[in-house]
Design a protein around this ligand. Sequence first.
Ligand SMILES: *Cc1c(COP(=O)(O)O)cnc(C)c1O
Length: 242
Amino acid sequence: MTTIHTTLHKVHQRIHSACMAAGRDPHSVTLLAVSKTQDALALREAFAAGQIAFGENYIQEALEKMAALADLPLEWHCIGPLQSNKTRPVAEHFDWVHTIDRLKVAQRLSEQRPAHLPPLQVCIQVNIDGGETKAGIAPHDTLALAQAITALPRLSLRGIMTLPEPAITFEAQCAIHESASVLFQQIKTALGEQATAFNTLSMGMTGDLEAAIQSGSTMVRVGTAIFGGRPTKPPSLPSLPS
Ligand SMILES: *Cc1c(COP(=O)(O)O)cnc(C)c1O
């Protein structure tokens, strides 16, 4: 039987091998377990195997899991599209947001972040390959948004996030990821002392994590390789056994 313990171990091995191939320190890449559509018990199993950080796409689904797992010290990352009228629960309950692509959303998150919590850790989602249906800000607009976000008191700007269209070959994957890596470095340099915590390139998933690591990713977001396949639509959450 394949357990989450086993699949997580395999993903860590993939990350380790990719770091070795790229001449990078394996500790320079963190694993975000993407748990959308998975029930709370699957996350509990992943936590028992050492996983702390989880990525969720659907706010309501995430809030239900947070409540069911409130006894565990988990770190919650919002990686789904964010509308400016739906920011409050995200500001109040998540630790990270990867999908900021306009100032209005960032401003609302900053205003709504409760004072007793640390600043919300945020990445700007960049539409790195110009995909038409994709969320994300255009690369040439990213620095201006980054500078505006650094002025917001309750946010800490951590980096950029990309979600390119799947490319078939390793070389094609690397070409896209390289352009994200170049942009990341340019923004980091331009921000300088304005954003000392700007150290996160959130890039790479089950199908392309090796290419992403080769190109400098510091956080891979992996779902399928850990939890198995997903239904294409989010399920209505089953009630958990008591
Ligand atoms: C679903 C999702 C992932 C994980 O994808 P897998 O191919 O299952 O690893 C990563 N990032 C985002 C933004 C996602 O929506």
